[in-house]
Write a protein that binds this ligand. Structure first.
Ligand SMILES: *[C@@H]1O[C@H](CO)[C@@H](O)[C@H](O)[C@H]1NC(C)=O
Ligand SMILES: *[C@@H]1O[C@H](CO)[C@@H](O)[C@H](O)[C@H]1NC(C)=O
Length: 334
């Protein structure tokens, strides 16, 4: 009798395990940057975040991990000039692209990041290599480029990542100065669009990835929140994963990503933790930001205090997306 029930349990164990996970669908959630996005840029941003979600989900379907999913999603947006990352990054005062990126795994808090890196297509993949192939977390500038060469990553001819839009934005920045007057904000087409992704798999493992060109007219050598763990990205399987976007110096001072994780540790839902942290940062420091969060149980948090933030996610067979405040569209996945 005892032996029979033993075999019955062994036989049904895989099924029981599957059933216990059956309300836990993997999620890939992305953002395409928070800011005063111009009307004319809205369609490209929405198409881009949807394409990123598709690539992230495809990584899952091919048996990839959460890290594969967030990296794949971010790479799509780095290659798309509609976003301020990779090709299409905004430029510094000397008209050059200098990029930042970070990636983090929730299961063991492994992380990698690069800052002020030039002439590579996908900073997020270099950040992943820093995590996997070095004893360090953050590599900067010429050292990061040297490491890219060592790893066989193609180095692009100088200026390859610079777009006319980014140069035009720099010209406007120089003309209108640091005062973000109405007209400068409207003319600064290239201003916003840091990209990021968070994911959770069916077992509750999470990861986060974020990549950016920074802000137009930044000083040469400026590092942003995107390269800093706890500001731009954070992931911990005990709680969830976060990627942020917006005014970098402000996000860094408020440690936005880790503050959201702490709020979840203190019992808030992913949604409430994200909304409350973005609002608290904006109230205290008078600048705008946005964040996306996924909890270890697949709850979603999306918040921004800027005018717009493109976001999209896939959970099960539905794709959700939006860019305006309060907008939440749904459609079947292709
Ligand atoms: C952390 O977890 C990842 C994913 O499971 C694994 O590939 C990596 O080797 C781990 N790193 C450390 C330092 O344990
Ligand atoms: C907040 O920032 C805006 C410009 O971004 C400025 O006009 C306003 O005076 C600031 N408010 C405070 C309380 O500092």
């Amino acid at each position: 009798m005892l032996i029979t029930s033993f075999y019955v349990i062994i036989f049904y164990l895989p099924l029981l395990l599957r059933l216990s996970n059956c309300n836990m669908l993997p999620v890939i959630l992305v953002h395409g940057g928070a800011g005063d996005i111009m009307d004319s840029r809205v369609p490209a941003k929405i198409a881009g975040v949807k394409a990123a979600v598709k690539a992230g989900y495809a990584a899952f379907e091919k048996g990839g991990t959460v890290v594969d999913a967030v990296e794949a999603a971010v790479r799509i947006m780095e290659d798309d000039p509609a976003f301020n990352a990779g090709y299409g990054s905004v430029v510094n005062l000397e008209g050059e692209v200098e990029m930042d990126a970070s990636i983090m795994i929730g299961s063991n808090l492994s992380a990698g990041a690069v800052t002020v890196v030039q002439d590579i297509a996908n900073a997020i993949s270099l950040a992943r290599l820093v995590m996997e192939k070095t004893p360090h977390v953050l590599l900067a500038a010429h050292g990061a480029k040297k490491f890219a060469i060592d790893q066989g990553i193609p180095i692009l001819p100088p200026g390859s990542l610079v777009t006319d839009t980014a140069l035009e934005a720099l010209e406007n920045y120089k003309k209108y100065g640091t005062q973000l007057t109405e007209i400068a904000a409207v003319k600064n087409k290239g201003e916003v669009g840091t990209v990021g992704a968070v994911a959770v798999d069916a077992e509750g493992h999470v990861a986060a990835a974020t990549s950016t060109g920074g802000i137009t007219g930044k000083m040469v050598g400026r590092s942003s929140d995107t390269s800093v763990l706890g500001s731009g990205s954070y992931a911990d399987d005990q709680f969830g994963a976060v990627s942020t976007t917006g005014h970098g110096e402000t996000i860094m001072k408020f440690c936005v990503a880790h503050t959201i994780i702490k709020a979840m540790e203190n019992g808030k839902s992913a949604d409430q933790a994200t909304i409350d942290t973005i609002n608290a940062m904006t109230a205290k420091l008078n600048n705008t930001a946005g964040a996306i969060t996924v909890s270890k149980t697949g709850e979603i948090g999306i918040a921004f205090s800027s005018k717009r933030m493109a976001w999209a996610y896939r959970q099960g067979n539905e794709v959700h997306y939006g860019i305006e405040r309060g907008q939440h569209e749904k459609e079947p996945a292709e």
